[in-house]
Design a binder for this molecule. Sequence first.
Ligand code: ZN
Length: 101
Amino acid sequence: MNDPLLAEEEHETRERDGRRRYELDETGFNEVPKKYRRFYRRWRGAADVLAPNEVLCPVCKVVIRSTRDLRPGDKVYCMPCMSRLIVVAGEGGRLEASVAY
Ligand SMILES: [Zn+2]
């Protein structure tokens, strides 16, 4: 990563708190209004790997995607099942979501 242009780009994708920002693409998820579809995707099972900006809804097993990387304590909303979730550190440091109420 010695390319100054690449370094600049990396800098611009980080917010003041050091979090990385993500561009979300359409995932084909169609259980919510079109406007919100890019914030969700289907869980592909045990072999699926979650990105740092993704967390699995424990209620409906849909992957919730954020425009920033997620950290424990973050609140996320699962629109498909209308659950309010809080991000927690699970076993092995993996991020999990638990139902807030
Ligand atoms: Zn859900």
